[in-house]
Design a protein around this ligand. Structure first.
Ligand code: ATR
Length: 277
């Protein structure tokens, strides 16, 4: 550890709903570390000033969330390849000179959640179908490709957004299909992931019935409110393996905690229950 106080912020606006302070607070207690993890509600116009000031105040790093994830990447002095490719940062480290290092651990969280939730799953198993082409989708696709996924079948309501993503990534393993063609295209899929807000409390469920999905395909959702989304209920009813989205939130936090506080946290049922309460 450096001479600095181990203080970390999560910066967003709004931020009151964030589960990150609870989670990192739990891990600080679990590891007996006298550090702090505090929520900061910062307006976009003030973000750069606040970010550049934090290292001077003894902060060792920060998480950033909506609406600052893209701005954080632009302001950072050093950016990991995966954050650059995703186009957004969620985890920042401040070095001894106060330089800002930006990373994006969302895709790592996605992969680790599936590995933890389904011991037989591997990203190399076969084609993954990704529903949605927003920020979360970008992080997940970067991680899947990095981990050797043989194919990513991408469907988005607004097809042009998926086409743009595929053109930008320039990886011929990405195949874009129409939103309306997703159900039929599930025929060879080994992993199905929802990255849209459909199925979230107050939103419509996804319009797919999974009739063509192979019975051994793993189904997962980044939505965790409700924990068991209509998509996951459908997977359960058919007998497909499935993993809920809460773990993605938890696992994306592990690299940051480990680097800031110098201890590797563990994922427990108690932590999951606490985050759901
Ligand atoms: P995030 O950063 O959480 O991924 P986002 O960038 O706003 O959020 O992306 C939201 C995703 O949910 C997009 O893929 C969006 O589809 P569009 O690109 O067509 O907007 C998808 N989405 C949101 N509401 C939807 C709906 N009612 N039906 C289908 N897709 C929806």
């Amino acid at each position: 550890m450096s001479h600095k106080l181990p203080v970390v912020a999560v910066i967003g606006s709004p931020i009151a709903h964030s589960k990150s302070p609870k989670m990192h607070g739990y891990w600080l207690a679990q590891n007996n570390i006298a550090g702090h993890y505090v929520p900061l509600d910062v307006a976009p116009d003030d973000f750069e000033t606040v970010l550049r000031t934090l290292p001077k105040m003894g902060f060792v790093g920060a998480n950033v969330t909506i609406p600052h994830k893209e701005a954080a990447l632009k302001i950072a002095d050093h950016v990991t390849d995966r954050a650059a490719k995703i186009g957004a940062a969620n985890t920042l480290f401040f070095d001894a000179e106060g330089k800002i290092h930006a990373d994006n651990t969302d895709g790592h969280g996605f992969i680790e959640n599936l590995r933890a939730g389904c011991s037989t799953w591997a990203p190399t198993d076969g084609p993954t179908m990704v529903l949605g082409a927003g920020g979360a989708s970008r992080a997940i696709i970067v991680a899947l490709l990095e981990q050797g996924a043989p194919q990513v079948i991408l469907a988005n309501r607004t097809r042009a957004r998926a086409d743009d993503l595929a053109a930008e990534f320039g990886d011929d393993r990405i195949r874009v299909i129409d939103w309306a063609a997703a159900d039929d295209a599930m025929i060879d899929v080994k992993t199905l992931v929802n990255t849209t807000s459909m199925g979230m409390v107050g939103h419509d469920p996804l319009p797919f019935d999974l009739a063509c999905l192979p019975m051994d395909a793993l189904v997962t959702d980044i939505v965790y409110a409700p924990l068991i989304t209509p998509l996951l209920h459908r997977a359960q009813d058919r007998g497909n393996p499935w993993v809920d989205g809460l773990g993605m939130l938890i696992y994306q936090g592990i690299p940051g905690f480990t680097k800031w506080f110098g201890a590797t946290p563990t994922v427990t049922t108690e932590l999951r229950d606490m985050l759901l309460s």
